[in-house]
Design a protein around this ligand. Structure first.
Ligand code: 13P
Ligand code: SF4
Length: 303
């Protein structure tokens, strides 16, 4: 059944001149049929430059929305339109507007895990792979960082010369990891290097040998001379790791590291999206243009 479905997806993809993009947290079957699998930054970059007519996005809503903002002439379809990001919902435009009024002249750096409306109110976007360097490069000394207080705290630690004003958002998946979980994992796999995503709570960072985005964690494992790793990010990454570094042993830090939204997309959804059964992302052009500025500054920080 799955073989037939995969064949149909391939045929439809060619007919529609479509590109299938998947985040590292997607289920293995989706990663395997995708043309591009990557972290939020890499996916945004590819979406901006693809010459395909249509992008089928296997991830969560803000990612497909960013693809549409960056490449508006393409049809962009989120394969499962119910896949959202609870962290992105933790900053609402009206609340950010009110917050900005308290800090006139202070730039807003928005994690890409935000809606188009929030991006439109922000000066610069970032992902977990470039948040530190982008904030460091800002000329202002004070910065508002939304919505992830954990990534914002990570930036504040790495860029101590700036004052980072935090928002109280967090990833409900990474936030579940507790010190006890890390201790248990380290006890079960002594000697394994601990790699962690900065969306984890700062109370567990002290156990990490390395902290970075999903792509940075994958690079670390591929380039390291070590053989065994404890992975402190969402479970889907294990499949990406197996593909790029099959000779290494990677253990998920805790079974709690499963994002229900990232697990919503199925092969059936992809087929439906390619067959015209899922509405494409549409956006008011005024909003798109306002949101585009912050994303473009992230992709070309020196312009
Ligand atoms: P990255 O792939 O950029 O590390 O993204 C993490 C994440 O939680 C996306 O929702
Ligand atoms: Fe959002 Fe966290 Fe899921 Fe990423 S892993 S989509 S940040 S809830």
């Amino acid at each position: 059944m799955s073989v037939l479905l995969i064949e149909r997806i391939k045929k439809l993809k060619a007919e529609k001149n479509a590109l299938i993009m998947a985040h590292n947290y997607q289920i293995p079957e989706i990663q395997d049929i995708a043309d591009i699998v990557g972290d939020s930054y890499m996916l945004a970059k590819y979406a901006q430059t693809t010459d395909k007519d249509c992008i089928i996005f296997c991830g969560v809503h803000f990612m497909a929305e960013s693809a549409k903002i960056l490449n508006p002439s393409k049809r962009v379809i989120l394969a499962n339109p119910d896949a959202g990001c609870p962290m992105a919902d933790m900053v609402q435009p009206k609340d950010l507007k009110a917050f900005k009024e308290k800090y006139p002249g202070v730039p807003v750096v928005a994690y890409v895990n935000t809606s188009a409306e929030v991006k439109a109110l922000s000066d610069l976007c970032c992902t977990s792979s470039n948040a530190v360097s982008l904030v460091k490069g800002l000329k202002e000394e004070k910065v508002i960082f939304v919505p992830d207080r954990n990534l914002g705290t990570f930036v504040a630690e790495q860029v101590p010369e700036k004052e980072i004003i935090l928002w109280e958002g967090f990833c409900i998946t990474h936030e579940r990891v507790e010190a006890e979980d890390v201790k248990k994992a380290v006890e079960a796999h002594p000697g394994a290097k601990v790699l962690m995503h900065p969306e984890c709570n700062p109370t567990v960072w002290g156990f990490a040998d390395f902290m970075g985005s999903t792509a940075q964690i994958i690079d670390y494992v591929s380039n390291s001379e070590d053989q065994e790793f404890i992975i402190g990010t969402e479970a889907g990454i294990l499949h990406s790791l197996k593909k790029v570094a099959p000779e290494k042993t990677c253990h998920l830090l805790s079974d709690c590291l499963v994002c229900q939204n990232m697990k919503k997309t199925t092969l059936e959804d992809v087929e439906k999206a390619l067959s015209g059964g899922v509405a494409e992302i549409l956006m008011d052009e005024g909003l798109r243009l306002r949101a585009e500025g912050a994303l473009l500054r992230m992709l070309k920080p020196n312009d």
